[in-house]
Design a protein around this ligand. Sequence first.
Ligand code: FAD
Length: 584
Amino acid sequence: MRKLKWGEHMKCALEIKKLMGHAKDGKIGKIHVQAGDLVQAGTVICTIESSKGSAKLLSDYDGKVLDITVSEGDTVKIGDQIGVVESDAKAPQNKTPQNKATKKPAAGYSFGLAKPKKMEICAEVAVVGGGPGGYVAAIRAAQLGKKVVLIEEDQLGGTCLNYGCIPTKALAHTSEVLNQISASAALGIQVGEAKLEIENIMARKSEVVQTLVGGVEHLMEVNEIELIRGTAKAISKNTLSVKTSKVDATVKFKKMILATGSEPVIIPIPGADLEGVITSRELLEIDRIPKKMAIIGGGVIGMEFAFIFASFGTQVTVVEFQNDILSMLEPEAVEVILESARESGIEIHTGAAAKRVVNTTDGTLILEFEKAGEIQYVSCERVLLATGRKPRLDSIDLEKLDVCLNASKKGVEVNGFMQTSNPDVYAIGDLTNIIQLAHVASHQGMVASEHICGIEHEMSYDAVPSAIFTHPEIGSVGMTEACARAQGIPCETGLFPFAANGKALAMDETKGFVKLVRNSETGVLIGGTIIGPRATDMLSTLVHLMDEKVVLKEALHTIYAHPTASEGIHEALLALEGRMIHFG
Ligand code: FAD
């Protein structure tokens, strides 16, 4: 491969500045341009495949491709120059060509005079927001043959990939391995004391995130979805505008899907704005493990972080306003979590209202809370606000789009096909505030895109699974027993404890159970909870039984592999008939 020389002012090298993850080299994949093609800043020149995934090389310049000096399959590394673009922009006058030859431009070097690129785009479908709702909707619409534009102001993947599900689960995995190391003596393995390297923990977490974000970028490309980076603003019922230092785009659309997501709720207590009072987003970027942390909120996000940081050695205190943590779960599951939390040294205060946070002279924070009429205090380095998330209703002008809010004014109103009060505009994901889960957002996205393309598949929320990565982990779907009874649904339950499951015993993870709730009139599953080893992976069996309204007596004939934790599901099905084999 020939190295390019930096020559005249207008010739700009296409240089490999970054590969996926920390990969140092890779192979040229698809080359999208050839000599003579006109390109814009952001045009994909080629993909580069490495062991860490697929990355795209984008042009930094508007201009004409003069030369591409590599072929598909060539091995390349960071710093290689693979072609040259004759740019419309001029090099800064104080830099001579010789300077350039000796000193390569830094990543993102723009030659200083680039003007925002004016673009007039007509889209059949415009999607605003590239989270798990928006990017899945965009792919589905493109699969169905639509010309799709996706506008994202931050990273593709949204909250889920960048600041939510994925980074937390990367940390939860580190925590799980750590717990296994701590428990290894019981398995006959003596290891020295585990030493945490927060820098490496965070680097791995970021690498997982970057690999997935790169994967979504690649999917945009292969599905020929036009990606515009910037904040979309509505200027009329069928036009959006995106203005940044790089683009000045007007997007006219036939249909639009709004997927602008949500943001953390900051509870209005004095001190909530102090420096050490943080949300999950900042906690996922810390460079030092706090010795003590208070968590306001004992819901899913609060409890996942409580277990992660307790395993990292942080002294964790959870302050929850309601009378239970994880109050949407079966009470037996909450009991298991409370016991595990006690063993992990997590202190939990329920029925406790956070009142204020104050800063002491030595930088320690004091969280004040009221419980049963008494004021109590926790001193800590960090206070995590895990008090819920609210839809981003103001990131785009909904009024200009004729889009109405729901009755509680806390989400966008939609019908079963995700259509808003403006039939040309759909809303999906956290923005609708129906169920704030990534897989719900993605499913709603598919429903919306299919409806736009004439396929009527209405959204149903009867069998939405929920995975919680505490220790042990929890999977649940449908109603709890109490909820069914409160609704007057005749029901019966079957419960099988993992203490009687061979695989759980072999893994030394016997905490937890499978509990099934059956409608005693129809015989179908209306709710299920699995808490224990691999619970979140086993959950889909229950979701299928529920979604397909299988009469559970018929499911008894399914053979479950031995020895697996999933035999617990079979036993819970047998329990509904009063005929468990391995527990009596
Ligand atoms: P988002 O993912 O929030 O994406 C919205 C996107 O829109 C963002 O990228 C934003 O930059 C962009 N945007 C907003 N306004 C504009 C605009 N005007 N122009 C251009 N772009 C715009 N869910 C699970 O299912 N499982 C989990 O384990 C899980 N764990 C979580 C852990 C944490 C710590 C958090 C915070 C959340 C977690 N969630 C989990 C919830 C999940 O992340 C969200 O439900 C999901 O991301 C919602 O997807 P969305 O597409 O609706 O919105």
